[in-house]
Write a protein that binds this ligand. Structure first.
Ligand code: ATP
Ligand code: MG
Length: 427
């Protein structure tokens, strides 16, 4: 029979990889908690209209990347391609913004886009997203950027990423600029790449970040966005830059930085690495003051970002930035020989209760002393507790150091917890 495999572009995350995922997730969670952000969890499936209305009908995502299907009632549903739309929907549905005036939220989970799978680009991928509502000044934009900067520092990857920022101005200025850009590019359509020709009439701003060299050359003589930016957006952007400067967060202003989704205005930013080939953006976001209203709520300023978990993990691996302790999942292995099951289980249970955070793997299913010691070594534990019939009778246990060559010792069982706390550095 043919073997059934996972769907192309959708990956199993194997037990050897999950410690790294947990390390990244926990580092992010702790950081977000330290800034007072609260977690929200949304369903993975939503009404298709939610994404059409928010992301924009003429974006790549809505045009060709969504997993859309009819359910058994004939309703059109979509596996979420991103989290912002769901987050805004949930906030409106539960009056989270109306009741609190301000919200700082985060979520994590799988997203689905039917793209061409390659390194750093998958069909099911994971994002950790942050959305804030009700704050219109550049202080909150700065907070988000400084927070991500601090995350890269905590993860030891700060030197491998650079920050690009831009302002997309208000809707009116953006429209005036779009018109000017279209007028200019329409005279040179033959020099535009195929995607850009299509976007000229649907999503012209996206042409600015075309990867095509001829298109980029053409853009050198195009009208510059800068001349169209309204005074308020200009001032917002200047204050953001001053806040970043004061915080020691370096950045590059990239006037061609636009985002793939329709709803962005004013601040946009991306953290980019050159270590991962063409899938270089590890975190991207910006301001979307119009979206809440667009989805039926009251006008509400909002700004957020999402990071790509797979890309960050690839980066941690590429840079060898994963601390050794992360890959070690067991502290103590308990080897058991002879008829001592009851003593072994009670001792193991007592140790797990008494030593906070202790990760104790007990040998089950017997086996020779030699094979148990092999397992002990392989699981990465620092110590093996050895319990045979002699030890059980005398109420003691032998402790073997698995790393280094310190002498094996024997301790009364009721002293082992204290010994482990000292020697494992767990308080
Ligand atoms: P890209 O330009 O790489 O397609 P995007 O602009 O479509 O990215 P966003 O919608 O802003 O991406 O999503 C935020 C982040 O999620 C990206 O910066 C990236 O790290 C990650 N991401 C987006 N699409 C994928 C994917 N198909 N596979 C893996 N990660 C992804
Ligand atoms: Mg994309």
């Amino acid at each position: 029979m043919a073997q059934i495999t996972a769907i192309r572009g959708m990956n199993d995350i194997l037990p050897t990889q999950t410690p790294v995922w947990q390390y990244l997730e926990n580092t992010v969670k702790n950081l977000l908690a330290s800034y007072g952000y609260a977690e929200i969890r949304m369903p993975i499936v939503e009404n298709t209209s939610l994404f059409k209305r928010s992301i924009g009908e003429v974006t790549d995502i809505v045009e060709k990347e969504m997993y859309t299907f009819e359910d058994r009632n004939g309703d059109s549903l979509t596996l979420r391609p991103e989290g912002t739309a769901s987050c805004v929907r949930a906030c409106e549905e539960h009056s989270l913004i109306a009741n609190a005036a301000q919200q700082r939220l985060w979520y994590a989970g799988p997203m689905f886009r039917h793209e061409r799978p390659q390194k750093g680009r998958y069909r099911q991928f994971h994002q950790i997203g942050v959305e804030t509502f009700g704050m219109q000044g550049p202080d909150i934009d700065a907070e988000l950027i400084i927070m991500t900067h601090q995350l890269w520092c905590a993860l030891g990857i700060r030197n491998a990423v650079t920050l690009q920022i831009n302002t997309l101005a208000n809707a009116e200025s953006r429209q005036q600029y779009k018109d000017a850009l279209v007028a200019y590019l329409s005279q040179h359509t033959d020099k535009l790449d195929e995607d850009s020709q299509r976007r000229l009439h649907t999503n012209p701003l996206r042409i600015l970040d075309s990867k095509d060299q001829n298109t980029q050359a053409l853009l050198n003589d195009a009208p510059a966005f800068d001349a169209y930016i309204d005074a308020e957006s200009r001032e917002h952007f200047a204050r953001l830059r001053a806040l970043l400067d004061a915080s020691g967060v370096t950045y590059e202003v990239n006037p061609r930085l636009v985002r793939g989704l329709d709803y962005y205005g004013k601040t946009v930013f991306e953290w980019v690495t050159s270590e991962l080939g063409s899938q270089g953006t590890v975190c991207a976001g910006g301001r979307y003051d119009g979206l809440v209203e667009q989805l039926g709520g009251k006008p509400t300023p909002a700004v957020g970002f999402a990071m790509g978990v797979e890309r960050l993990i690839l980066l941690l691996e590429t840079l060898n930035a994963i601390p050794a302790h992360v890959l070690q999942s067991v502290d103590v292995f308990m080897a058991v020989a002879g008829n001592v099951e009851i003593n072994a289980i009670t001792l193991a249970n007592a140790l797990r209760v008494k030593v906070p955070g202790l990760r104790l793997l007990m040998n089950c299913g017997q086996g020779s002393f030699k094979s148990q010691m092999k397992k002990a070594d392989k699981c990465g534990a620092a110590f093996a507790l050895i319990l045979g019939e002699n030890e059980a009778e005398q109420g003691v246990v032998a402790i073997k150091h698995l790393r280094g060559d310190a002498e094996q010792i024997t301790l009364p069982q009721n002293e082992v917890a204290a010994w482990l706390m000292t020697n494992l550095d767990k308080k």
